[in-house]
Write a protein that binds this ligand. Structure first.
Ligand code: UGA
Ligand code: MN
Length: 336
């Protein structure tokens, strides 16, 4: 009986304690809820903002990762371990059609195996427009920049042909190749691919087999439908069909030849120059590295045209000028 009584007492005490505990918990929850309600709105706003920022950063990182991934996958797809690399050197300068020209080129180059694009801007520093384009190009590339000195830069209204173009830009690319691809194991062929020409994918299969200096026909240049090397029955170059300044040592356009890296390494000073007459840039470099007899005629013994010296018309932007006068522009926040 006494035992039952004390058990009852003990139970009552425990119940009391439990009730106190429950009340305590409820009290804490109430305090907590009240505190949440009272939580500083500014602090909540800051937390929310930080979360948004993180999400945004993550999205940028994911986007750049995806762009890189696509580019590397594309390069790997086009990688043939036993074939030499084609290095295409493209001088380029800021103008309304620049992005269109480079896009056209990059779309063609995407189809070429073992391709390395050396893009050299005629500018003090690299532009974001070109950098963005290259990032998304799916290509293996090197982005450089060097400005043409003021005295060699075309003046407003001065005819285009008065001054040579791309001299410094091609030379800095050659320098890059001679230092970064200095070793003999670096197999490659160098081609000067201006940004306004039109290139067939087939051209690059020809370039790839050049052992010394290769030549081929170029369409729409020098006042002719096609300017081409002439060959004899043994497949040797014996002359040219050029009509413009045919007395040039090598009357060929920049688009009509390619040079093996070995040749450039053997002639470490071979370069373009300001001092040569108009239209003699090609002859200037070729005379330093090769003779007529050594030239390798390609494109089916120079019977096929795989490259055209096209020129893009300058767009008329009268309405844009009017906008500019009012302090406005149509390309606000958009790359054209
Ligand atoms: C012809 C040849 O095809 C060129 O290879 C050669 O450089 C030029 O003549 C010359 O005599 O200097 P053309 O069509 O008249 O070419 O020249 P552009 O296409 O206007 O320029 C050749 C390259 O240099 C282009 O890739 C162009 O973007 C670049 N360039 C042009 C510059 O980097 N800066 C300039 O101020 C102008
Ligand atoms: Mn051109």
């Amino acid at each position: 009986m006494t035992n039952t009584f004390s058990n009852y007492k003990l139970l009552e005490m425990l119940n009391k304690k439990r009730t106190i505990l429950y009340l305590g918990i409820i009290f804490i929850i109430i305090i907590w809820l009240v505190n949440i309600k009272k939580r500083d709105a500014a602090q909540y706003q800051a937390l929310n903002e930080a979360l948004k920022q993180t999400r945004h950063q993550l999205k940028i990182q994911t986007d750049s990762y995806n762009v890189l991934k696509e580019r590397f996958e594309s390069i790997c797809d086009k990688w043939k371990p036993n074939e030499p690399i084609v290095y295409a050197i493209t001088p380029t300068y800021k103008r309304p059609v620049q992005r269109a020209e480079l896009t056209r080129l990059s779309n063609t180059f995407r189809l070429v195996n073992n391709f390395h694009w050396i893009v050299v801007e005629d500018a003090e520093s690299k532009s974001t427009l070109v950098a963005n384009l290259l990032l998304k190009s799916h290509l293996n590339y090197t982005h450089l920049s060097i400005a043409t000195p003021a005295e060699w830069k075309r003046q407003l209204k001065e005819p285009k042909w008065k001054k040579p173009r791309g001299v410094k830009q091609r030379n800095i690319a050659l320098e890059w190749l001679r230092t970064e691809r200095a070793r003999k194991e670096h197999d490659g062929i160098v081609y000067f691919a201006d940004d306004d020409n039109t290139y067939s994918v087939d051209l690059f299969d020809e370039i790839r087999v050049v052992k010394g200096v290769g030549v081929w026909p170029v369409g729409l240049v020098g006042g002719l439908l096609v300017e081409k090397p002439l060959t004899d029955i043994n497949g040797k170059v014996i002359g040219w069909n050029s009509a413009w300044r045919p007395e040039r040592p090598f009357p060929v356009d920049m688009a009509g030849f390619a040079i093996n890296l070995n040749v450039l390494r053997k002639h470490p000073n071979a370069a373009f120059s300001w001092t040569v007459s108009r239209g003699f840039q090609e002859s200037a470099i070729l005379s330093q590295v090769v003779t007529l007899e050594q030239l390798e005629p390609l494109a089916d013994n120079c019977t096929k045209v795989y490259v055209w010296h096209t020129r893009t018309e300058e767009p008329v932007l009268k309405a844009e000028e009017k906008l500019k006068n009012r302090g406005l522009r149509s390309d606000m926040n958009i790359e054209v």
